[in-house]
Design a protein around this ligand. Structure first.
Ligand SMILES: Cc1ncc(COP(=O)(O)O)c(C=O)c1O
Length: 369
């Protein structure tokens, strides 16, 4: 049996005709940049999340970069406290606006930024704190806010967390001062290409983001500040409007898949399951395998047609562009142990059974390193 990590075409099965109609509508309009589809998507996404303002951009990386720019303007050369257990885009965005990442370790259960360690890492050089809702699990931003104090901007990396909610039921993207989302196809809300969104409750920030993403122009050909070009295409906006209607349904199915994995893998020796949380978006289902056996297990799963993945094998503070000798032992250990199992809303129960059975078998036979 083949179990891909994600099936972008399979995700479209239910929405195919609606997406076809949306694309045809945009083609007929001849308006491919900005316009009604993009405006409507921004409004509808903001409404869904409960965010006051939403600014669409070209990717999650752009969303992070733009969302950090006001903090960089206020603290040139300053630091952004963030997690080392994330995709490189989180730290690249920090560096691209002239700031430096300052890594604080993650919690061993949630694998997200620990508020107390984030607070320890903040100081006069801190320009912002950037928690990552890793795998679609909401960081406790309320705890983070009280740990770091009121004056420090909190920018959420919500790229993996569209539709995720915290313990109080508040949507990721409304928890900090601003948030960045990615619409990469495999994300909880995925486009048919690249796309991104910045949300904020602050009208002035939203205005600033829009200016940065539109070459600093409020009026055509009158640049007020240095910016660049970052836009969500009208075609992608139209697709995202269709898919937005099913975001919660997709999240519920992934939560069901997570529960099925948990039931089938409960008490398997040598396996640690991800901690559940009510509003988890389950962008990834990440187990942990200790004892140096993870790579053997991964190779065996791949040989059996299961596209499991290591997301991520190296923490960012151990990568040359972001190198920092300060240890983050929990993240380092997690990178050696974690394994992401296939999860997407169209994954059928038969394939979940197969993955669980193969994982149990692989663990039984893999020798401890
Ligand atoms: C945590 C995180 N941050 C940032 C990004 C960047 O998003 P994009 O690929 O849309 O630029 C991603 C997506 O891959 C991500 O997973």
């Amino acid at each position: 049996m083949r179990v891909p990590r994600f099936d972008a075409a399979g995700e479209l099965v239910h929405d195919g005709p609606l997406i076809g109609a949306a694309l045809t509508r945009v083609l007929a309009s001849g308006r491919f940049i900005a316009g009604a589809e993009v405006d409507a998507f921004e409004r509808e996404a903001a409404g869904f999340l409960g965010a006051r303002h939403a600014v669409s951009v070209g990717s999650g990386t752009d969303a992070l970069t733009i969302a950090l720019q006001p903090a960089a303007d206020r603290h040139p050369g300053g630091e952004v406290v963030t997690s080392p257990l994330t995709f490189a885009a989180t730290a690249s965005a920090i560096v691209r606006v002239g700031l430096r990442p300052r890594f604080a370790d993650v919690d061993p259960d949630t694998l997200t930024l620990r508020p107390d360690l984030a607070a320890e890492a903040t100081g006069p050089r801190t320009a912002a704190v950037l928690p990552v809702h890793l795998y679609g699990r909401a960081v406790d931003v309320t705890a983070l806010r009280s740990a770091v104090g009121p004056g420090t901007p909190i920018v959420e990396d919500a790229c993996q967390a569209f539709g995720a909610r915290d313990a109080a039921g508040r949507a990721c993207g409304t928890l900090g001062d601003a948030a960045a989302f990615s619409f990469f196809p495999s994300k909880p809300l995925g486009a048919l290409g690249d796309g991104g969104l910045i949300t904020t409750g602050d009208a002035e920030l939203a205005d600033e983001y829009r200016l940065i993403a539109r070459h600093g122009c409020r009026e055509q050909y009158r640049t007020e500040r240095v910016g660049f070009n970052s836009r969500l295409d009208a075609l992608q906006a139209a697709v995202l409007r269709v898919k937005l209607a099913r975001v919660d349904q997709g999240r519920r199915r992934r939560a069901q898949i997570a529960a099925l994995y948990a039931a089938r893998l409960d008490s398997v020796p040598g396996l640690r399951l991800p901690a559940d949380a009510p509003g988890h978006a389950w962008h990834a289902y990440t187990v942990r395998i200790a004892g140096g056996r993870r790579d053997t297990v991964l190779a065996r799963l791949r040989a059996r047609g299961i596209d499991a993945a290591v997301q991520y094998p190296v923490p960012l503070h151990r990568m040359a562009p972001f190198a920092d000798p300060r240890p983050c032992p929990v993240a380092e250990r997690a990178c050696a142990e974690l394994l992401c199992l296939p999860i997407w809303s169209g994954l059928g129960d038969d394939r979940i059974d197969y993955v669980a059975q193969e994982l149990r078998d692989a663990l039984r036979t893999a020798p401890v390193a």
